[in-house]
Design a protein around this ligand. Structure first.
Ligand code: ACM
Length: 264
């Protein structure tokens, strides 16, 4: 089964939620896709100075972003995954929602918070379980720094995900190359949707995000990749039947695990 899947890479303006929403809507309206992944914290920007600031810019999954994504998902008959600052009463999570034509499919809250995110967000409390998209495949979500914990992608793959959506605001230089291993070892497609640009705020040194969003296949091939400073929505056809844990008739990458020998 083939789907058209990709990412939207742009440079969100810190704190300008409505402006960022308009940018996203305009870029997505022009695209044809079955699955589209947007960056982490795509409507707010990244470098909050306090938890209170993050809370003031956050929204519930059914808010303005969710409403806009639902309209687009209906219009395109597609699934969209987007990272956002999620408000739950007085708590704020670094979350991502998957939205399909019928509504919100799932909300994942980032488990492994990076650096000063620990001073801003609550740690995620949602397990790494993929969701049935209703289009004949299961979709997993992990957010940015989750990549460095191989258990995250592994759990999603063991749960039957054939595609992992990976909204990101990457600042370290390793992730895009490391996704080769995550894809190959789990035999899944991984779509990293990263932002680009530099944010300068009072809470620390300026942060530069690395762009280079990409779609990696279960064979470790780069199906499509953006430049480091490119504002682009890009997609490609991916064959989901290639997301199979059976490497050959002898080696099944899930069943051949030797859990009794691992220290987990
Ligand atoms: C990150 O997890 N946003 C680096």
């Amino acid at each position: 089964m083939k789907i058209k899947a990709g990412f939207l890479q742009f440079n969100p303006v810190f704190g300008k939620v409505k402006q960022n929403l308009r940018t996203i809507e305009k870029m997505l309206k022009e695209q044809d896709f079955d699955l589209m992944v947007l960056p982490e914290l795509c409507t707010t920007g990244y470098q909050f100075v306090s938890g209170a600031e993050a809370l003031s810019l956050s929204e519930s999954p059914g808010g303005e972003l969710g409403g806009m994504l639902l309209k687009l998902a209906k219009n395109k008959n597609a699934v969209i995954v987007a990272g956002f600052a999620e408000k739950e009463k007085d708590k704020v999570f670094n979350s991502a929602m998957a939205v399909g034509p019928e509504g919100i499919l799932s909300v994942y809250r980032k488990a492994h918070l990076f650096f000063k995110e620990k001073q801003i967000f609550r740690p995620g409390d949602t397990p790494f379980v993929p969701v049935d998209t209703g289009f004949g495949y299961r979709l997993g979500i992990m957010i940015c720094f989750d990549w460095i914990f191989p258990e995250a992608a592994r759990s999603l793959a063991l749960g039957g995900a054939s595609v992992i959506a990976h909204p990101s605001n990457l600042v370290l230089p390793w992730c895009q190359r490391a996704m080769f291993a995550r894809s190959v070892e789990n035999r899944v497609f991984i779509i990293t949707a990263n932002r680009f640009g530099t944010e300068t705020r009072d809470s620390g040194p300026p942060l530069t995000f690395t762009g280079e969003s990409q779609v990696i296949t279960p064979a470790g091939e780069t199906a499509v990749k953006a430049g480091p400073n490119e504002c682009v929505a890009a997609s490609c056809k991916i064959n989901l039947s290639n997301a199979s844990p059976a490497l050959n008739e002898f080696n099944h990458l899930y069943r051949n695990r030797r859990s009794e020998l691992y220290r987990l």
